[in-house]
Design a protein around this ligand. Structure first.
Ligand code: ADE
Ligand code: ZN
Length: 338
């Protein structure tokens, strides 16, 4: 396992499913909160206990609360830069960072503040050789009207954003609620993603594919409750961003040993492994190593997951090819040394 853990850390990979707000550590929540007069926790112990969650509803409550410490350009830059540094140190070569714009604009933080902070962090990441793209997510419990209005306010920032997605509360807020939003985003040339089939039913995955026409499904862990859907996603080589530790910790998968990731690979889907909310559920390498340990993934399966992270990314084809060449060379030398 130690060798495999080293291999996972040095293996080139892309992080395609990570939320900015999910990167705020308890220590950062306290320090940034203090600086901004937003005192959420009396002590680190109190913060750690508030961070301990067991379902999506509980998680979203603390996730939104902790987001409130971010007020200024520097706050957004600090959290994103710290995350980028940690990703780069784990062999991540490319990050597509999601952010919940409404978690900030609803408190009066201007769009420009959020995007300036993220732009600063992206420049910082470039200096350490990490490429980054941004995905703006809309919260499913909020209205489509509000999302469409915000999307039109994002027009001046269009070049900074690669994709649009939906996340947050799934129950009672099916993807079909956002059909118009996604149509408008597609017309703007944005790529499309959606959290679906995490807590909500597998029909949400169908709606995300058919009505929203997404390029990637985020989580999709409930796909096997509908065998015909699983067959369809397999034939389409559908891109699925899997976040095993978030899925187990939030109780939507009983244990890592029961995670369907191997079946997804066998059936022709293109799953890849990500952290979701590293400050709560662990880093990208912890996600890989836990899966390897509990699901007994082989080195060739691990390499296939890393390959998928590049082939399903929104990078230009030339960058994908150069990352794959490096990854394949490592896979070959690993095979020769076995
Ligand atoms: N926001 C951050 N992480 C999320 C998740 N796993 N599901 C829905 N919304 C989220
Ligand atoms: Zn997520």
């Amino acid at each position: 396992m130690t060798n495999l853990a080293d291999l996972i850390c040095s293996m080139p990979k892309a992080e395609l499913h990570v939320h900015l707000e999910g990167c705020i550590t308890p220590e950062q929540a306290i320090a940034i909160g203090k600086r901004n007069g937003v005192d959420l926790f009396e002590s680190l112990e109190a913060a750690l206990s508030a961070y301990s969650v067991s379902c999506l509803e509980e998680f979203l409550e603390i996730f939104v609360k902790v987001s409130e410490v971010l007020l200024h350009v520097e706050d957004f830059a600090e959290v994103a830069s710290a995350y980028f540094d940690s990703a780069a140190a784990q062999g991540v070569r490319h990050v597509e960072l999601m952010f919940d714009l409404q978690a900030h604009t609803r408190r009066g933080v201007p769009i420009a503040t959020v995007l300036e902070g993220l732009a600063k962090a992206r420049r910082h990441a470039t200096r350490s050789g990490l490429s980054t793209l941004l995905i703006v997510n809309f919260m499913r419990e909020r209205s489509e009207k509000e999302a469409i209005e915000l999307l039109s306010s994002l027009v001046p920032y269009r070049s900074q954003i690669v994709a649009l997605g939906i996340d947050s509360a799934e129950t009672g807020h099916p993807p079909r609620k956002f059909t118009r939003l996604f149509r408008e985003a597609r017309a703007m040339g944005l790529k499309l993603v959606a959290h679906a089939g995490f807590e909500g039913p597998p029909t949400d995955i169908e709606e995300a594919m058919d009505l929203l026409q997404v390029d990637r499904v985020d989580h999709g862990n409930r796909v096997y409750e509908r065998p015909e859907l699983a067959r369809r996603l397999g034939s389409a080589h559908a891109a699925i961003t899997v976040c095993p530790l978030a899925e187990v910790n939030l109780g939507v998968i009983a244990s890592l040993a029961e995670h369907p990731i191997r079946q997804m690979l066998l059936d022709g889907m293109r799953p890849s492994v990500h952290s979701d909310d590293p400050a709560w559920f662990g880093s990208i390498t912890e996600n890989y190593t836990s899966l390897v340990k509990e699901r007994a993934l082989t080195p060739s399966e691990v390499f296939e997951l890393a390959r998928n992270s590049f082939t399903t990314s929104f990078l230009p084809a030339s960058s994908v090819s150069s990352h794959l060449a490096e990854l394949d060379a490592m896979a070959e030398s690993n095979m020769r040394s076995q």
